[in-house]
Design a protein around this ligand. Sequence first.
Ligand SMILES: Nc1ncnc2c1ncn2[C@@H]1O[C@H](COP(=O)(O)OP(=O)(O)OP(=O)(O)O)[C@@H](O)[C@H]1O
Ligand SMILES: [Mg+2]
Length: 405
Amino acid sequence: MSNRILVVDDTELNLKMVSAILVKDGYEVVTARNGFEALEVIKSAPPALAILDVMMPDMDGYTLCGHLRKIPSTAKIPIIILTALSGVDDKIKAFDSGADDFLAKPFEPQELRARMKVLLRRVSDREAVQSNDVDGKVIAVFSLRGGVGVSMVASNLAASLAQIWRCPSILADLAFVNGQSALLFDLPLRNTWADVGHSPAKEMDINLLNSVMLHHDSGVHVLASPRRPEDAEVITPEHVQRALKILRTRYEYVILDLPHDFTETTLIGLDNADQILLMLAPETASVRCAANALETFAHLKYPSDRTSLILNWPYKGKGLPRAGIESALKKEVNIVIPFAGDAVVTSIMYGKPSALQMPIDPLGAFLEDLAYLYSKDDHKKNPPENTRDRVKRVKERAQARQWKS
Ligand SMILES: Nc1ncnc2c1ncn2[C@@H]1O[C@H](COP(=O)(O)OP(=O)(O)OP(=O)(O)O)[C@@H](O)[C@H]1O
Ligand SMILES: [Mg+2]
């Protein structure tokens, strides 16, 4: 951010006075005596902040302010209206024209300094936030049938991705009635989605989300389902939409544990997903549910490669053959997760997903490989320096499985 300040006033004395204060504080000052001159000056040197007088010939300060808001290089700079007019109407007019602050003449230099400082700090905070933005990948784990391993896969994906890429991941539990994500990580339910729902959606920001998410040592952050089903009533589709929009700019990986329905909030999760892992078990009802889900995705015009079919064996013994399932669904099964005996139940009991229990739990390695397969392409192409050793190991193992995402 430059330290150039634009001061516009038709009175030479005012220009000199304001400039003197600013120059003393180390700012670079550019001046203009009217709106047209100001618009000319900013072409070569867009300022970091502008201080505008109101009553000027040809173009008043409000009009100039409106113009500055329309020019890309000045659209977001802080603007202070500095004027002898001090009525409420004048202030309202100033804010309506796009000004950020209003200071009546005569003014105290300290007050001008203080107000400028606040406005400039806001800009630098905003820039800091924007430069931290990431282009996160949203992976939704879904099934219309319960008990097929949605939460098991979602929790392990979140854990594996955080571990492989050494960056926090977020597990957002959109199963608002009885979602168990926090339990799967043995996290006390201090806060939940219900705390997000208590404030208007449009006021939600990353600070609010940070204050309600639960942190696990593995690097997984959890936005947990409410304690009681009735607590979920305050959560609206707008809350979910906005939360996902914010989270994907802050987390490389946003994992959604979705409920077994097509409610509006579930659809928002699916709409926002870069990848949908559609889970099914090898039994007729589950295949029928998967067929229904695929049909709905087609109606919603989701590209077919957005959805991967994950066939999970949550029980031992007989099940429908893979080829039969593929021909019924007219879609290739991407991955088959084997029955893992008591490992999953044990991991739930201890609140420690399999992926965090390697090498004791072989299912953990399997699910870590699955996480690698669905990792961001730019991560796989260019692994961050501090992840190379682990990535090499996972990559070799995952490639040997010859999966197709
Ligand atoms: N591959 C597997 N091997 C052994 N057990 C499994 C496997 N997958 C799932 N299970 C078992 O199935 C149960 C259901 O899994 P999970 O809770 O992940 O499913 P879900 O689809 O999220 O179900 P719901 O949300 O309806 O409770 C788990 O308690 C676990 O014991
Ligand atoms: Mg579940």
